[in-house]
Design a protein around this ligand. Structure first.
Ligand SMILES: O=C[C@H](O)COP(=O)(O)O
Length: 248
């Protein structure tokens, strides 16, 4: 089964109109290989601005989070319905910074996945172990448990792209080795086969995230169960174009 290569950028809480102009100029000038999907997670306040600047038909805009309710007294939150209304069809959910800086639980992330899918969005749910958990030999236990809460809330797997991001590799410059990443990706695919179906295990894209850059992307992209990346820091830089073309 061929899974189209997928490159997500996560700008996190970075940017300004001026820097978005530079980033989107780069994206618009990038020849995205056929079949490759590119989605960039912009801060909410810049979603419409980023959309207005992207002319490359292969590049789409994502939100970095949304809430589990459609509307109401939830000051400061963004609903999946708002995103849909703006024509934003992708949302990153359960990023490690949402989990560990803002204390989002597996339950809440599951509810957000459910609501976003019901609203018609495509979702990029994120999972990944912390350093102590890896060192304690608990990586599989942690990521399978995170997957359980996602699975219980997924109605349509064709709208899901999973991002495996070991927390110790995020923003640290300490990338997982291609073997470490492949090992967990392959185990996640096995888990999907057992817990969901062979078809879903074969078709769902599993991205790697954590210190991906223009130099290390090719070797990671060569691994059979790595279907793309979720890129933080390097998605703000010109090297993001090299990552988009990592399989060439
Ligand atoms: O969502 C992206 C990840 O947090 C990776 O960030 P990074 O590429 O800066 O390590």
């Amino acid at each position: 089964m061929t899974r189209n290569f997928f490159v997500g950028g996560n700008w996190k809480m970075n940017g300004s109109k001026a820097t978005i102009d530079t980033i989107t100029d780069g994206l618009n000038a990038t020849k995205v290989p056929e079949g490759v999907e590119v989605v960039c997670g912009a801060p909410d306040v810049y979603l419409t601005y980023a959309q207005s600047k992207i002319t490359n038909a292969s590049v789409h805009v994502a939100a970095q989070n949304c809430y589990k309710e459609a509307k109401g007294a939830f000051t400061g939150e963004t609903s999946a319905d708002f995103l849909k209304d703006l024509g934003v069809n992708w949302v990153i959910l359960g990023h490690s910074e949402r989990r560990h800086v803002f204390g989002e639980s597996d339950e809440l992330i599951g509810e957000k996945c459910k609501k976003a899918l019901e609203t018609g969005l495509n979702i990029i749910p994120c999972i990944g172990e912390q350093l102590e958990e890896r060192e304690a030999g608990k990586t599989e236990e942690v990521v399978f448990n995170q997957m359980k809460f996602i699975k219980e809330n997924v109605s349509d797997w064709s709208k899901v792209v999973i991002a495996y991001e070991p927390v110790w590799a995020i923003g640290t410059g300490k990338v997982a080795t291609p073997e470490q990443a492949q090992d967990i990706h392959q185990k996640l695919r096995e888990w999907l086969k057992t817990e969901v179906s062979q078809e879903v295990a074969d078709s769902v894209r599993i991205l790697y995230g954590g210190s991906v850059n223009g130099k290390n992307c090719k070797e990671l992209a060569g691994k059979p169960d790595i279907d793309g990346f979720l890129v933080g820091g390097a998605s703000l830089k010109p090297e993001f174009s090299d990552i988009i073309r990592a399989r060439e």
